[in-house]
Write a protein that binds this ligand. Structure first.
Ligand code: GCU
Length: 674
């Protein structure tokens, strides 16, 4: 694999600051984040010959000012709105040859600065009426599944495909704070403001981050703070026993409550702006309240009570299901589990508990319906969790631009066309994603996977952004400023390869929403029956007659009943169920005719031939683009595309052969099925 000799600047190459750095800037305001803004402009100015001042008369080309600043220059005063701009918001305007960013708080200045970076020269052209920007989502958070110790099976980063952790190595802090600082900067530039720094599966060493190793967390918090990012920690529900030496972790036990209160007090003494705890409890073997006959509300409220005096929050994960299932038992349905556990608890959680729900009911498959839990808990704060790390979407060896999928999730309307969408439901709340970076020089292993991290941050800020427009922004920041060749061709190449890449991936992997035909354990590459007879509850039930999971109320597990109308009816109905989710909701014969007019079996053949061909086409496009990109980056992506093409063919052949053998139905177009 080709490796460059320096860390790739991702979407903040120095050249992206040329427009700012060649101008005269005034930064008005105090506070840590205002210092960050000043330092950013100062660095850019040093490179491109501009200037930055903290006070004094102009002329200026750019003014970045807090509304509280004394003596706002005239233009800034003129664009100041009557109402509050908000904690992280800013007003951007251009008048009389001066570009102005105004904010009530330093965080707003920082986000405003990065907006100007995104605009580049456009920020300094013509006039710009005042635009008020503020994030739709209050907490825009990344969860790192990084381990401090190298886990014997999962390694340094669980489901990490980009090398080691940037935080930890072999049981100790990695100590490369310059790298963490560069990361914090990238995150702030796309709008992220919260980060959890260790795996939700909290092993023995990591449990100590809460207590005797808290200093390691504080060191990270010090680096993230100047970029407006608060640090959170994954904790074990069994901490009172495993690190506290108590005989129990029972949430209703007085000593346990006191233990959490004391420990949490010490956390805030050390990290005053600490964000809170992330908890995976009674899930895949992690300890939880069930051991004491208590429920998830008891468990979450225990930690929430300890955090409340300091304004901290608990992210309590809803990923709870029976992972010791029997495939013969068709009444137990993993898709139902989160709703069955949590919906009855609505109203019982303290208000600083945030129930963190994976976007689909199973587990980050390339295609799932939106989890019914998101709409089922009006009296609970709910966060939606996305997976930026490509566990089931090609593991950062395949190009799979995920923003179109996330946009569909955020645009889903649980109550039908006239009701709110998921973006409304998380608005003002939390959007969370599992991180995809590591110590790889390109941050994300696959250089093009950087776009997923960028897009997550941008969608968390503004969930209605168009994925194609986000990709344009990312290209314009990452590649265009330093490009020497034909930038239009460069842009076109990336769009051709990336815009539809999620659907391409969907085409050559498990068909029609059925999911999980991956190799067990590591989850890369095809294995149609790999999980079929295991206890994990992820079955497709293919036999000689048909395939799919009957989740209807009429004859199946009843999962469709967890949705409000109209979806409870749409998904229940064989005629109305969207094709792409048909096998998630229904078990059908191979000859079943889809809404598209094709049969299920022919759809399987057609999409698998098409998907593998589209992967090959992406490979050809990339080869033609040699010379448009930095040679090391081009070579890295080429190697990965070669692997994607190989793997897509493997998927095509395994899926097609499996279903040809099961069904006995030949391809209507007579193609050879190996
Ligand atoms: C998936 C993933 C695990 C992870 C889990 C979770 O099952 O494979 O590695 O721990 O999700 O989200 O907790």
């Amino acid at each position: 694999m080709t490796t460059p000799d320096r860390v790739h600047p991702a979407w903040l190459p120095p050249e992206a600051f040329r427009a700012i750095g060649s101008r005269r800037t005034l930064v008005l305001g105090d506070g840590l984040l205002a210092e960050t803004v000043h330092d950013e402009v100062a660095q850019a100015s040093a490179r491109y010959g501009g200037s930055v001042r903290r006070a004094g008369d102009g002329p200026y080309d750019l003014v970045l000012a807090l509304t509280t600043a004394e003596a706002l220059p005239g233009v800034a005063g003129e664009v100041r709105p009557d109402s509050a701009i908000g904690d992280e918001g800013y007003v951007l305007a251009r008048r009389d040859g001066v570009t102005v960013v105004l904010a009530d708080e330093p965080a707003g200045l920082l986000y405003g600065l990065f907006h100007v970076v995104r605009l580049g020269e456009r920020a300094f052209a013509g006039e710009r009426p005042a635009e008020h920007h503020r994030p739709a989502v209050r907490r825009r958070m990344l969860d790192h599944w990084d381990n401090v110790d190298v886990h014997p099976v999962m390694g340094q980063v669980e489901r990490g495909y980009a090398g080691g952790s940037v935080f930890w190595r072999d049981g100790a802090p990695r100590g490369d704070l310059a790298r963490v600082r560069a990361y914090a900067r990238l995150l702030a530039a796309c709008g992220i403001n919260a980060i959890s720094v260790n795996n939700v599966n909290v092993h023995a060493t990591e449990a100590h981050l809460l207590t005797d190793r808290l200093g390691d967390v504080a060191a990270l918090a010090d680096v993230f703070r100047p970029y407006g990012i608060r640090v959170h920690l994954s904790v074990s529900f069994a901490s009172p026993v495993v690190v506290g030496g108590l005989p129990t972790s029972d949430p209703l036990d007085e000593d346990v409550r006191k233990w959490w209160a004391d420990v949490t007090g010490r956390v805030y003494d050390t990290i005053p702006d600490f964000g809170g705890y992330v908890v995976k409890a009674d899930s895949e073997g992690q300890p939880g309240p069930f051991a004491y006959g208590r429920d998830h509300a008891d468990g979450a409220n225990l930690l929430a009570e300890a955090l409340a005096p300091y304004g901290g929050v608990v992210h309590w994960r809803a990923f709870v299901y029976n992972h010791r299932q029997d495939w013969r038992d068709r009444s137990t349905d993993r898709a139902r589990a989160a709703y069955d556990h949590f919906a009855p608890l609505d109203g019982r959680f303290r208000d600083n508990v945030i129930l963190q729900v994976k976007h689909g009911p199973i587990d980050f498959q390339p295609r799932e319906p939106v989890s019914p839990v998101i709409a089922a808990m009006p009296a609970t704060r709910v966060a939606v969790e996305l997976q930026v790390t490509q566990e089931y979407t090609g593991q950062q060896r395949h190009v799979c631009y995920l923003a179109p999928m996330w946009r569909e999730v955020l645009g889903f309307r649980p109550w039908g066309a006239d009701g709110s969408d998921v973006a409304d439901l998380v608005g003002g709340g939390d959007l969370v994603a599992v991180s995809n970076i590591g110590d790889d020089p390109y941050w994300t292993g696959h250089p093009l996977a950087q776009a997923n991290l960028y897009a997550f941050g941008r969608l968390a800020w503004e969930p209605r952004l168009d994925p194609v427009a986000i990709l344009d922004e990312w290209i314009d920041l990452t590649f265009v400023p330093a490009a020497t060749g034909d930038t239009e061709r460069l842009r076109r190449t990336l769009h051709e390869i990336m815009d539809d890449s999620w659907r391409t991936y969907e085409r050559y992997t498990a068909p029609l929403g059925v999911g999980f035909m991956v190799r067990p354990g590591h989850h890369y590459g095809p294995d149609v029956d790999g999980y079929e007879y295991t206890p994990w509850g992820t079955y497709h039930f293919a036999d000689r007659d048909g395939v799919g999971v009957d989740r209807t109320r009429a004859t199946g597990t009843g999962f469709t009943g967890q949705y409000p109308p109209p979806w409870s009816e749409v998904y229940e109905s064989l005629a109305d169920c969207p094709d792409e989710l048909l096998l998630f909701f229904h078990h059908v014969p191979y000859g079943h005719v889809l809404r598209s007019g094709s049969t299920v079996i022919q759809h399987i053949y057609d999409t698998h031939f098409a998907g593998a061909e589209q992967a090959a086409e992406a490979g050809r496009r990339w080869e033609e683009a040699v010379g448009l990109f930095d040679p090391a980056l081009h070579a890295r992506v080429k190697d990965l595309l070669d692997e994607q093409v190989r793997c897509a063919e493997e998927w095509r052949d395994q899926i097609n052969a499996y279903f040809f053998r099961k069904s006995g139905v030949p391809d209507a177009r007579g193609r050879r099925i190996p």
